[in-house]
Design a protein around this ligand. Structure first.
Ligand code: TXA
Ligand code: MG
Length: 317
């Protein structure tokens, strides 16, 4: 996937350089275990404003703040006992907690879009940890895609979508999880977005969660119906080939591209956005008018995969 869009400081390999650029107020895309993030210093309002500008994102949509560990998170937000237990169980990892802002937090008001809460996450990937250590400050980072488009799981995806709008891209190869983090509020315990930590694992600690993830309902304000959208339309629950469409297979349904031939949901999650990017390019190249997707079971990571697929297939607003 060659791209003519080149960031000002190019594609870089060293997390310390990424961290130093972030500390200077630059916009730097970097990998996490979930997806690539479009990072900026969360305490620098101008740097954060550039995130919204680059993504073309509605400014009422708040951003996730990334910190290296629980100790760095505590000065920013008030942790209730359940939030503490969840942080201890799942950090570092693909869980984001939405918590009340603590007084004196120092974050730009643009990060939270003026809400009294902040979304906090501790990424597990070594490269992301090294970036945060080098930056030495909380880093706001939404997924590094233009607003409403497919999330990036490779540096090439970032270059394709935002290459001329970021200052640098740290290349860490493909993301292992491939789905964004699970987002939770703890008071009362509510799932705001299904994601990289399966809901069932969280419910072992929280008990049954309320769900506030209806497509179209703006509960996590970024959860708009048409999201993660490829350029060509998407149709779900298709069990066989059709000459007008590129088929994305799963399990027994084998397609032009297959999320996981063995029906492994973890493998399917890791492949999801990359395969959507590729299916989109393939459809446009071969004059097909649609992407068809095989059924994926509603269990474990299947909840998050289906959530993203439903948004990709939703009517465009
Ligand atoms: O895995 C991830 O979470 C990736 C990587 C880069 O960390 N980030 C990511 O960020 O997916 P983004 O901005 O694409 O999604 C953030 C979601 C949005 O739906 C946003 O509305 C929600 O988090 N959010 C952020 N702050 C919130 C808050 N205070 N209350 C409710 N929802 C919030
Ligand atoms: Mg996103």
């Amino acid at each position: 996937m060659a791209s003519s869009k080149t960031p000002r400081h190019g594609v870089i390999a060293h997390p310390r350089r990424a961290g130093a650029l972030l500390a200077e107020g630059a916009l730097v895309a970097f990998p996490t275990e979930t997806v690539y993030g479009l990072g900026a210093d969360a305490t620098n309002g101008e740097a954060v404003a550039r995130i919204y500008e680059a993504k073309g994102r509605p400014s009422f949509n708040p951003l996730i703040v990334h910190v290296p560990d629980l100790a760095a998170a505590e000065p920013l937000a008030v942790f209730d006992p359940l939030a503490h237990r969840l942080a201890e169980a799942f950090w570092p990892g693909p869980l984001t907690l939405v918590l009340p802002l603590r007084e004196g937090h120092g974050l730009s008001g643009l990060v939270t879009a003026g809400l009294p809460t902040v979304a906090l996450r501790v990424p597990a990937l070594d490269l992301a940890q090294a970036v945060l250590a080098a930056a030495g400050r909380p880093i706001a980072a939404p997924s590094a895609n233009p607003s409403g488009r497919i999330s990036p799981t490779r540096a090439e995806h970032v270059l394709e979508g935002l290459g001329d709008r970021v200052d640098a891209v740290l290349d860490g190869g493909a993301c292992a999880v491939g789905l964004e983090s699970t987002i939770l509020r703890t008071d009362p315990p509510t799932l705001l977005r299904a994601g990289g930590v399966p809901v069932e694992e969280i419910e072992e600690i929280t008990g049954p969660l309320a769900r506030d993830t209806t497509p179209g309902k703006v509960s996590a304000p970024g959860q708009m119906t048409s999201h993660y959208a490829p350029v060509v339309p998407v149709r779900l629950d298709v069990t066989g080939p059709d000459e007008d469409a590129v088929l994305l297979g799963f399990g027994p349904v084998s397609g032009d591209l297959t999320l996981s031939a063995s029906g492994d949901l973890r493998e399917a999650a890791a492949n999801l956005f990359d395969h959507l990017h590729r299916a989109d390019a393939l459809a446009r190249r071969s004059g097909k008018s649609r992407i068809d997707v095989a059924p994926v079971p509603e269990m474990g990571l299947g909840w998050a995969i289906n959530d993203r697929l439903k948004r990709a297939a939703a009517p465009r607003g």
